[in-house]
Design a binder for this molecule. Structure first.
Ligand SMILES: [Zn+2]
Ligand SMILES: [Zn+2]
Ligand SMILES: [Zn+2]
Length: 788
C-alpha cells in the first residue's frame, strides 16, 4: 500500500527532508521525499498501520522551524525499489511556497564554533540544516544550493559527505561550508590599497587575523563596517562617548537612537531591565533588536553604555549576536580571540548615510561607506536581498513589531479569504510592500523611506524578486491615494488594474487581518502622522466605521494648518505656532518661543493667513508634536516623532495621577469634529503656571485617551458596533495604548491591536492588499470571497 503526500507551508530550508527520511526509516517505509517549487512531496509504501503512524508523526514531530499549512494525501502507486531516498529537487511550473527567513546560529553550531578540535573552530560561516542564511541568499526556488549565492562555492569532500549523510545534522544544509571550501572574511582599512590574500587552508592564526584586527580596532575606538547577513552594519564601542559622537557626526544622525549588540544576556542584564518574555525574544531564532528599559547607571556597574547611544530616551534597542561572525567579534572567553579583548557592548547600526538603504555589496560598501568607516570587515558570500534588523518590543507578554524584517520576513500572514494575485505597494515612509495569492499575504522586508533613488531601486528590486520567488503575477495593484507618492506613481506606470486605497482605511483593515478577522464592520481608531484624505486634506486623527470594502469617517480632529507642510514635521514649534494662530491664541511669551526670532514668527503667521504651503490637517501625530513643543520638550525633531517620543518619556511617571483637560465635540452631518481650542488653552495656562513637562504631558495623554474612548461610546451608540481596531503610528505610544485599551475593555469593548505586523506604515500594505481584493470582488462579483 502506498501514499502520496504533498506538504505545503514553511518546509524548505528547515531540515524537513532529513526529518521525513528519519521518520520513514523508523517506520520501515520504502519510498522517497523531494523538494519541489510547490512544497515537499513524499511517496511512502509499507504496512498500512505504519503508514498511518508515519502520517500522524509527520505533523506532531515536525522540526521546530517548520510550519505545515496543509497536507494533501492521495493513493500512490506501489514501489518495487527497497529503501527510502531523498530525490533531486523539481521545479514545478507556477508552483510556489512560503520561504524561511534567515535563522540565527543554533546552539550546536555555536558549540562547534568554539571547540578547538572541531574542523570549523572559529569559522565565521558555520551553519547547519537548522540555522544560517536563507532569505538573503535565495535567488530562486526550490531552495537548493545552486539557487543560492552559495553556488559559487563548490563543496569540499568532507562537506559533501556531511551534506549527503542522512544521519548528519548538515544533511542537505544548503549553505554548508568550512574553512577549506567556503567563504572567508578579510579586513580592509579605508586607506589601504592592498587587499589581504586568500586566508584559506592556512593556520588558525591567519584565518582569524581579520577578526582579531577588527576586535582591536573596535577596542581602540575606531568605527568598523561589518558585512552581516542582510547588509552592512557600522560598529563601534558603545561605552566610548567620543567614538559614538564621531559616528553620529559622520552619519549625520544627531539623536536617532542606535541599537547595540552585546556579548551575552548577562551583559544586557547589567544595563537594562529584562523580563522573561524579552529574554526569550533576545535569545530566540529571529534575534531581533528588542527595546528594553534602561537601568540607571551606577559607578559600580561592570558595563556601560554611553548616554549618546540613545539620548533622552528611557529605552535601549539591544540584540544578541546572530551570526557566527558576530559571535567571533564579541566573544569574551575563547583563548585565541582573547588575545585581542573587545568591548562587550558594540553599537551596531545599519551602515548608510541618513536616508539611503543599507549597503550590501562589497564594492558598493567600500565606495559609499569609506567616509563613515575606518575599516571594513568584508566577506565574499554575496547578499542577494538586503534585509535590515527587525525591531520589536514586548507589550503585556506579546511581541509588538516596530520594524518587521530580518528573521521574520517573508513569513506570510494567513488570510481569511482566497486572494487574487495582488501587489500592494505600501506607504512612502517605512515602506514594505505586500504580495497576495491563495490564502497568503507575503509582507516584504523593510524597504525604508521612499525619498531617494537608492530606496526606489531597492523597492523595485524587492518586488521583482519576491513576485518571482512566490510566482505572483499581479492582477491588481493597490496603492495609496496620495498623488505624489513614489509608490502611487509606480502603480500608475504598471499595466495592471490599479486601486487607490485611503491610508487610514488601510491601517484599520491591516489590523483586522493581522488579528485573523474576516470581513465585518467595526470601529477603527486610526491615530497617525500623515495620510491623504478623500477630501484632499491630510488626515491622521480619525475614527472610522470600516469594513474590508469601505469606510465612513465617524469622527476626526478639527482641521488646523501645517505651515511649511511636511517640513513642519522637523520643526514642531512651527506646528504649535500654526495651531495657536489658527485658534486665535496668544502664545508669544511662552518659554519655547524665546529662542525663535520674532521675524520668523511673523513670517509663519503671514504664510498661514495667505494660505501659502499651509495644508490643513487632522493629524493626531502632529497634535502630539505641537503639544510637545508648546510645553518645552523641544523645537526641532532630528528623527521622526522625536518630540512626541521624548514627551512620552517625561510623562510616564505622572500617568497614574494624571487628569484630563477638556475638549469640545461638534456633531455635523459629516460626522463628529473634535475641537482643540479648550485643550490647547488649558495646556498653555498650565505652562504659564509653571507646571512640569511631565505633569502636563501626562494630562495630555489622559485627555487623548478619554477622547478616544468617548468617540467609541458614541460610535457604539449610533451603530451598535462593539469591536474596536487600533492602528496607525501614534499607537507606538505605550502610554496611550495602555490607557485606551484598558479603558475600552473596562467598558466591554472588544479591542484589537497589531500582532504580526507593525502598527506604523510598515504594516500598511497588508491592509491595502486586502481592501483592493474586496473592492474588485464587489465590483465584478466574479471572485468567490470565502470567510473562515
Ligand atoms: Zn546550526
Ligand atoms: Zn568544506
Ligand atoms: Zn500611516
Amino acid at each position: 500500500m502506498a501514499k502520496h503526500i504533498l506538504v505545503k507551508g514553511i518546509v524548505q530550508g528547515v531540515g524537513f527532508r532529513p526529518y521525513v527520511y528519519g521518520l520513514a526509516t523508523r517506520y520501515h517505509l520504502r519510498g522517497w521525499v523531494c523538494n519541489t517549487s510547490g512544497g515537499v512531496e513524499i511517496l511512502v509504501d509499507g504496512q498500512s498501520d505504519a503508514l498511518e503512524q508515519f502520517i500522524q508523526s509527520l505533523q506532531l514531530e515536525k522540526p521546530s522551524l517548520a510550519t505545515i499549512d496543509s497536507l494533501e494525501i492521495s493513493e500512490g502507486s506501489s514501489l518495487t525499489s527497497p529503501g527510502f531516498e531523498i530525490r533531486e529537487s523539481q521545479d514545478v511550473y507556477g508552483a510556489y511556497q512560503p520561504l524561511s527567513a534567515d535563522i540565527a546560529i543554533c546552539p550546536e553550531c555555536e558549540r562547534e564554533l568554539f571547540a578547538p578540535n572541531d574542523r570549523r573552530y572559529l569559522y565565521p560561516f558555520i551553519n547547519c540544516a537548522h540555522c544560517g542564511p536563507r532569505f538573503t541568499i535565495i535567488k530562486n526556488i526550490p531552495y537548493d544550493r545552486p539557487n543560492t549565492t552559495m553556488a559559487n562555492f563548490p563543496m569540499c569532500d568532507r562537506c559533501r559527505s556531511e551534506y549527503g549523510d542522512p544521519l548528519d545534522r548538515r544533511f542537505h544544509a544548503q549553505p554548508i561550508a568550512c574553512p577549506h571550501c567556503g567563504p572567508f572574511v578579510e579586513l580592509r582599512e579605508t586607506h589601504s590599497q592592498f587587499p589581504t590574500t586568500d586566508p584559506r587552508i592556512s593556520s588558525i592564526e591567519i584565518r582569524t587575523s581579520a577578526i582579531l584586527k577588527a576586535r582591536r580596532l573596535l577596542r581602540e575606538g575606531y568605527i568598523v563596517a561589518i558585512k552581516g547577513l542582510g547588509g552592512f552594519h557600522l560598529a563601534c564601542d558603545a561605552s566610548n562617548p567620543y567614538t559614538v559622537a564621531e559616528l553620529r557626526d559622520r552619519k549625520g544622525r544627531v539623536d536617532t537612537p542606535f541599537a547595540v549588540m552585546t556579548a551575552n544576556l548577562t551583559v544586557i542584564a547589567s544595563v537594562c531591565e529584562m523580563g522573561w518574555e524579552e529574554q526569550r525574544l533576545l535569545a530566540g531564532r529571529a534575534k531581533p533588536i528588542v527595546l528594553l528599559s534602561k537601568k540607571k547607571q551606577t559607578p559600580l556597574q561592570p558595563y556601560r553604555v554611553s548616554e549618546l547611544v540613545a539620548p533622552n530616551l528611557d529605552t535601549l534597542g539591544v540584540m544578541l549576536p546572530y551570526t557566527p561572525l558576530h559571535l567571533l567579534l564579541l566573544n569574551q572567553t575563547d583563548p585565541v580571540l582573547a588575545r585581542e579583548p573587545v568591548p562587550p557592548i558594540l553599537v551596531m547600526t545599519s551602515s548608510n548615510f541618513s536616508e539611503e538603504p543599507i549597503a550590501t555589496e562589497n564594492q558598493d560598501a567600500l565606495r559609499r561607506l569609506s567616509p563613515l568607516a575606518d575599516a571594513f570587515l568584508l566577506h565574499n558570500r554575496e547578499i542577494h536581498i538586503r534585509s535590515e534588523d527587525s525591531v520589536v518590543r514586548v507589550d503585556k507578554g506579546s511581541t509588538v513589531y516596530l520594524r518587521r524584517s530580518s528573521g521574520y520576513a517573508p513569513y506570510p500572514v494567513k488570510l481569511p479569504f482566497e486572494a487574487r494575485p495582488t501587489l500592494a505597494v505600501g506607504s512612502e515612509l517605512k515602506n514594505t510592500f505586500c504580495l497576495t495569492r491563495d490564502r497568503y499575504a507575503f509582507l516584504s522586508h523593510h524597504i525604508g523611506d521612499m525619498d531617494n533613488v537608492e530606496t526606489h531601486a531597492s523597492f523595485e528590486q524587492g518586488i521583482r524578486h519576491l513576485s518571482h520567488i512566490f510566482r505572483v503575477q499581479p492582477e491588481i495593484i493597490a496603492h495609496d491615494l496620495h498623488p505624489h507618492y513614489f509608490t502611487t506613481q509606480y502603480a500608475g506606470r504598471s499595466d495592471v488594474h490599479p486601486i487607490g486605497v485611503q491610508h487610514h482605511h488601510a491601517h484599520i483593515v491591516s489590523c483586522m487581518v493581522d488579528n485573523g478577522l474576516d470581513d465585518r464592520r467595526l470601529i477603527g481608531l486610526s491615530f497617525d502622522g500623515t495620510g491623504y484624505g478623500t477630501d484632499g486634506m491630510t488626515w491622521g486623527g480619525e475614527a472610522l466605521i470600516a469594513s474590508f470594502v469601505n469606510f465612513e469617517r465617524f469622527a476626526h480632529l478639527e482641521y488646523l494648518p501645517l505651515p511649511g507642510s511636511d517640513a513642519a514635521i522637523r520643526f514642531p514649534w512651527r506646528i504649535a505656532v500654526g495651531y495657536a494662530h489658527a485658534l486665535g491664541m496668544d502664545i508669544d511669551e511662552l518659554p519655547f518661543l524665546q529662542t525663535v526670532e520674532k521675524q520668523a514668527l511673523q513670517a509663519l503667521r503671514r504664510q498661514i493667513d495667505r494660505e501659502i504651503s499651509s495644508p490643513l490637517t487632522s493629524s493626531m501625530g502632529r497634535l502630539f508634536d505641537a503639544v510637545a513643543s508648546l510645553i518645552g520638550v523641544r523645537n526641532e525633531s532630528t528623527y521622526e516623532a522625536q518630540a512626541a517620543i521624548e514627551m512620552e518619556v517625561w510623562s510616564k511617571p505622572y500617568v497614574p495621577t494624571s487628569q484630563p483637560y477638556t475638549y469640545s465635540v461638534e456633531k455635523t452631518v459629516h460626522g463628529i469634529t473634535i475641537h482643540l481650542h479648550e485643550l490647547l488653552q488649558s495646556i498653555v495656562e498650565d505652562v504659564r503656571a509653571g507646571k512640569s513637562i511631565g505633569r502636563i504631558g501626562a494630562n495630555f495623554h489622559r485627555t487623548i485617551a478619554d477622547m478616544a474612548i468617548d468617540v467609541c461610546h458614541r460610535a457604539r451608540a449610533s451603530t451598535g458596533l462593539n469591536e474596536v481596531a487600533l492602528s496607525g503610528g501614534v499607537w507606538q505610544n505605550q502610554i496611550l495604548l495602555d490607557l485606551v485599551r484598558d479603558g475600552l475593555r473596562q467598558k466591554n469593548f472588544v479591542v484589537y491591536f497589531h500582532k504580526q505586523v507593525p502598527t506604523n506604515d510598515g504594516g500598511l500594505s497588508l491592509g491595502q492588499a486586502v481592501i483592493a481584493n474586496h473592492v474588485i470582488a464587489k465590483r465584478f462579483s466574479t471572485v468567490h470571497v470565502l470567510s473562515v
